[in-house]
Design a protein around this ligand. Structure first.
Ligand SMILES: [Zn+2]
Ligand SMILES: [Zn+2]
Length: 137
């Protein structure tokens, strides 16, 4: 399970990222969120307290985090990019009714059982499932 870094300033520094206030708040928001927010969601949540924040800044900051490997992108829908501070191996389930994206645990051994790719090297894996969540049933 994902463990949020206790000290986000040091965490960003260790990742080679200069911890400006905006970057810090964006990372903290993302690491506390369980809903895999979009740029829009993050912008709407943080702009009241950071009036100078723009959507472009949010987007560029997330891109920087992604390049440094501290967050990952969840592209469960073509038209909607979501972000996740949990970079450990796990799957995503999207409820088609409420639109929530849930995490579910996956073990790496699980991928070793996939047949037909014996001499291939897998560099990225994404597990996306869709359906109706237990809250909406
Ligand atoms: Zn639902
Ligand atoms: Zn996730």
């Amino acid at each position: 399970m994902f463990k949020r870094p206790e000290n986000a300033v040091n965490f960003l520094k260790d990742a080679g990222i200069k911890p400006s206030v905006q970057r810090l708040r964006i990372y903290e928001f993302l690491s506390k969120s369980i809903e895999h927010p979009t740029v829009e969601t993050i912008f709407n949540a943080l702009s009241p307290e950071i009036p100078t924040l723009s959507k472009t800044t949010v987007y560029n900051t997330l891109k920087l985090f992604q390049e440094h490997g501290i967050i990952m992108v969840v592209n469960i829908e073509d038209n909607e990019t979501r972000y996740d501070a949990d970079t450990s191996f796990h799957g995503h389930f999207k409820c088609t009714k409420c639109g929530r994206v849930y995490d579910f645990p996956l073990s790496l051994e699980h991928t070793n059982t996939i047949g037909g790719l014996e001499n291939y090297t897998i560099t990225e894996s994404h597990y996306y499932l869709k359906g109706i969540c237990s809250n909406c049933k």
